[in-house]
Design a protein around this ligand. Structure first.
Ligand code: BF8
Ligand code: SF4
Length: 634
């Protein structure tokens, strides 16, 4: 075994890794080591399996084959694989959005009584943005029209995807038209990528990449729709404080982890758990303790302060504590191995969605029409499992950090409005112009077994903060900051440069906090990257310049999933210099690698920065911010 910090910088995960070794339980890190060396063709992106004449592989040294059986070159194969990854990510994000749209429609038709519209003002704001008149209509009527408009956005039609064009700057919309990458349906953009990359269709690598860009813009629309509809149904997040990391598990309570992505079930479980406390007590527990993993964890953290306890690559570790009674999953980023680890303990792994079953797990089908009933059944299963918990196997790593979250765009604008009521964005803009804030960085994306967990996020964030960069975060990246105490005012005191500290303190005090705002503002789950985009769009519109001129960058230092590739691509298309700390499988085509890191800048202003060394990555991000400032003459 390597030194523990080479696996994870999270002390709770390190403790559980020792436990895994002691109990001889296999983890993602063991399986990664068993995979080494990983296939070089796969790493370079030059393996094609798109037809049964393959698999075809391109020799990177120029000695073996340079073309697949059909004649496809490395450039074509790499571009096709990348576009398909974007389509995979877009399918996941927009599947999540579509699910919420169906729930909203069911509710509006009176068929899903367990839901409600929590944020009527946001529903009306979305309707008016989409051009839906609201005068004289009641909430179910408006909800129905918004849900139908959302569902319309999925299929091919004659008009652009509404959730895209109503949420970007005029300049970005024009660029998309100029390059012919405006999707007219989210599902149809995904399907088009699958078509054009199938056997014998598109062979022009740049044309394929532009198809990928179009699909990434559809992904943006899906992310934005998911954020919007979740806020409508479950409430727009407001700042709150909780604790993070595995120490939030309680030795005497029924511990239930919510894992996956969509609040459609997890939010209901949070509501129902409160009503089932007595049942838990009757089973000898002190109560029900809900905790979150990955992005469904972020959803219930943002709206209810449910403690996020671990993220992504370390999800198996929660079961190893021996104190988890049930893990409820919906979809995305859920390792099938959880079932195997759960077998060694009393923990019930419960799948809930027809398209996401895991061998060895218990499946409780979740129907929106009877959501509370499913939630009750699930919680009851957790209570039953609690009775079988073996105290000898319990080992809860005693690590927690205070964590602030709930920074929706609305919450950030509200906090700024406490400084300037008439023009809330002015304090932010003035401080950027004056140099108190050098720029803004959005941290997003996953943990990855190839990177010591959290190391990329922590190293880059501290360096940027020292240089007065305002930090936003979503997804498992935000989780990393939560577990390490960076979502706190104390971290602002410790790590922020003087200018940034002064601004965060002024806004924090105006907003009624005793001290500064936290060093990193947690904006939510991965679909909630749309919230950060909204901030950038608002600033750009207020300044009258497009996003590709702003000193705003993005970083996914530990990216893993196809969803991260899709988001990274729309961030670049939105005009942001976007860092990735894991080398994506594109190096087999020097042409594609150059387009993504250089040439795309001439088209959209944004570009990828691929850098695996976090210290160098921080430097490159700072350089990108300084270049933007220079461009603005500030
Ligand atoms: O959607 S950051 S590992 S949990 S993909 Fe998955 Fe990556 Fe986490 Fe959230 Ni996002
Ligand atoms: Fe080989 Fe072409 Fe088939 Fe791909 S599509 S597997 S390169 S023959």
């Amino acid at each position: 075994m390597k030194a523990l910090e080479e696996y994870s910088w999270c002390p709770a995960v390190q403790e559980m890794l020792r436990q895994a070794e002691k109990l001889d339980i296999e983890t993602a890190w063991c399986r990664y080591e068993a995979q080494l060396p990983q296939c070089g063709f796969g790493e370079l992106g030059t393996c094609c399996r798109n037809c049964m004449q393959g698999p075809c592989r391109i020799d990177p040294f120029g000695e073996g084959p340079q073309k697949g059986v059909c004649g496809a070159t490395a450039d074509t194969i790499v571009a096709r694989n990348l576009a398909r990854a974007i389509a995979g990510g877009a399918a996941a994000h927009s599947g999540h959005a579509k699910h919420l749209a169906h729930v909203l429609l069911l509710w509006a038709e009176g068929k899903a009584p367990d839901y409600t519209v929590k944020d009527e003002a946001k529903l009306k704001a979305i309707a008016s943005r989409l051009g839906i008149p609201t005068e004289g209509k009641d909430i179910p009527e408006i909800a129905k029209e918004v849900a139908e408009k959302a569902l319309e956005d999925f299929s091919e039609k004659e008009t652009p995807v509404a959730w895209l064009v109503t949420n970007v700057t005029k300049g970005r919309a024009e660029k998309a038209v100029q390059y012919g990458v405006v999707p007219t349906g989210i599902d149809s953009a995904i399907s088009e990528v699958m078509h054009r990359t199938s056997y014998g269709v598109d062979a022009d690598p740049i044309n394929i990449l532009m198809g990928g860009v179009k699909c990434a813009l559809a992904d943006f629309a899906g992310c934005h729709m998911a954020t919007d509809l979740a806020d409508v149904l479950f409430g727009t997040p407001k700042p709150l404080v909780t604790i993070a990391n595995m120490g939030a598990l309680k030795p005497d309570a029924v511990n239930i982890a919510l894992h996956g992505h969509n609040p459609v079930l997890s939010d209901i479980i949070v509501q129902v758990a409160k009503e089932m406390e007595e049942e838990a007590k009757a089973a000898g527990a002190s109560g029900i303790n809900l905790v979150g993993i990955c992005c469904t964890g972020n959803e219930v953290l943002m709206r209810h302060g449910i403690p996020p306890i671990t993220h992504s690559v370390s999800q198996e570790m929660v079961i190893l504590t021996g104190a988890l009674d049930a893990m409820v999953v919906d979809y995305q980023c859920i390792m099938p191995s959880l079932a195997t680890v759960a077998e060694c303990f009393h923990t019930k792994l419960i799948t809930t969605i027809p398209i996401a079953k895991i061998p060895g797990a218990t499946h409780i089908e979740f129907r929106e029409e009877a959501a509370r009933e499913a939630a009750r059944q699930i919680i009851r299963m957790g209570i039953e499992a609690f009775k079988k918990r073996d105290p000898a196997k319990v080992r809860i790593p005693n690590y927690t950090h205070k964590a602030f979250a709930g920074f929706s765009t609305e919450a950030i604008v509200w906090a700024l409005s406490q400084v300037n009521k008439e023009d809330p964005l002015k304090p932010l803009i003035d401080n950027i112009v004056a140099g108190n804030i050098l720029g803004v960085c959005l941290f997003a994306g996953c943990n990855n077994v190839k990177v010591p967990q959290d190391s990329g996020f922590l190293t880059i964030a501290k360096e940027l903060a020292r240089n007065n960069v305002l930090l936003l975060a979503t997804g498992c990246g935000a989780g990393a900051f939560a577990r390490h105490g960076l979502l706190t005012p104390e971290a602002t005191e410790e790590y922020a440069g003087e200018g940034l500290k002064a601004v965060l303190t002024a806004v924090g005090k105006a907003a009624g906090l005793e001290g500064p705002l936290p060093l990193v503002l947690h904006m939510g789950s991965c679909v909630d990257n749309s919230r950060a985009a909204d901030v950038a769009v608002a600033v750009a519109n207020r300044l009258g310049v497009d996003i590709d001129k702003l000193p705003v960058v993005a970083s996914a230092p530990e990216a893993t999933t196809e969803k991260a590739i899709a988001i990274g691509t729309w961030a670049v298309t939105a005009g942001l210099p976007t860092h990735v700390g894991v080398v994506p499988p594109v190096l087999g085509s020097p042409l594609i690698a150059k387009v993504l890191t250089q040439d795309v800048k001439d088209l959209f202003g944004g570009y990828f920065i691929v850098e695996t060394d976090p210290k160098k990555a921080a430097e490159k991000l700072l350089d990108a911010i300084r270049e933007r400032r220079k461009g603005l003459g500030i």
